[in-house]
Design a binder for this molecule. Structure first.
Ligand SMILES: C[S@@+](CC[C@H](N)C(=O)[O-])C[C@H]1O[C@@H](n2cnc3c(N)ncnc32)[C@H](O)[C@@H]1O
Length: 264
């Protein structure tokens, strides 16, 4: 990633975690050491003997339905033009599920005959919430804070309303715990996934870890498949992806470049 708190040169703050703990967390999650120091200091993370509860405290899980509306609009236009009979998708770093349910809604709304979405996150807590498929309309910062016009009628608009994923969307999506630093989930076909979302996740990663994850994503995608990153993230510089520019937004297309040891 070209942006984000990536430097591993940041000096350790007094009172923060020791350097070996930061190294362990960075190796497990991919997070940039500077991000770990910063989060640790600001959150006053409680010590834990196991890494996973510590990592849970460091995760940033902000998300909402149809986040980055322009990307959704562009994707909708591209799918409308291509009219695919089937779409296989991976939502990587799905947090509490709003992104995966948004995609399920879009694919169902576009009448794509065969759609399947695997949505994954490192956090078992977030994945459990995502699986419930139940979301309250809350005040300004809730799950439904910025709905595009094409979806607004199907989602709550009034305070206190609850959205529950309908059966036709539940048939499309499944959720699982998965760490992006590991090889991609075995359920995903290699070189055949049409669509990958990995948004607002790599921004917290070191450059080396982000490059590793992009290789993992590229490994499951078919040439021509689309990758959606967050607005502060980029796959620029990797021969595995090329930008597709839209109206004030960008998606990334998997190139035909094969994965090999010398391709970053
Ligand atoms: C800010 S949320 C983004 C959610 C959603 N993609 C969006 O853009 O709205 C980042 C998510 O990445 C997850 N995450 C962080 N490190 C991860 C890793 N190594 N493997 C899988 N998920 C990770 C976090 O748990 C969190 O839910």
């Amino acid at each position: 990633m070209s942006t984000g708190p990536n430097s591993s040169q940041v000096p350790a703050p007094i009172g923060g975690p020791d350097a070996s703990l930061v190294r362990d967390i960075a190796a497990r999650t991919g997070f940039a050491p500077a991000f770990i120091w910063d989060k640790y200091a600001r959150l006053r993370v409680s010590p834990a003997s196991d890494l996973q509860p510590l990592i849970e405290q460091l995760l940033v899980q902000e998300t909402f339905f149809f986040r980055h509306t322009r990307q959704w609009q562009m994707l909708r236009d591209m799918l409308g033009n291509a009219q695919p009979a089937s779409v296989t998708a991976w939502c990587a770093g799905c947090a509490t599920g709003e992104e995966a349910w948004s995609l399920a809604y879009l694919l169902a709304d576009m009448r794509i005959a065969r759609a399947s979405i695997l949505a994954t996150d490192i956090s078992p807590v977030a994945v459990a919430t995502a699986r419930t498929g139940r979301y309250h309309r809350m005040a300004a910062m809730g799950s439904f804070r910025d709905l595009p016009a094409f979806a607004s009628a199907a989602f709550p608009t009034r305070q206190g309303e609850v959205w529950t994923a309908p059966a036709n969307l539940r048939a499309i999506v499944s959720f699982d715990v998965h760490n992006l630093m590991d090889n991609p989930p075995t359920e995903l076909p290699r070189q055949a996934v049409d669509l990958v979302f990995c948004r607002n996740t790599l921004i917290y990663f070191s450059q080396a870890a982000a490059a590793r994850v992009l290789r993992h994503l590229a490994g499951v995608m078919r040439p021509g498949g689309l990758l959606l990153l967050g607005t502060a993230e980029t796959a620029g510089g990797s021969p595995l992806f090329e930008p597709v520019h839209g109206d004030d937004t960008v998606l990334w297309r998997r190139t035909a470049t094969p994965l090999s040891d010398d391709v970053a």
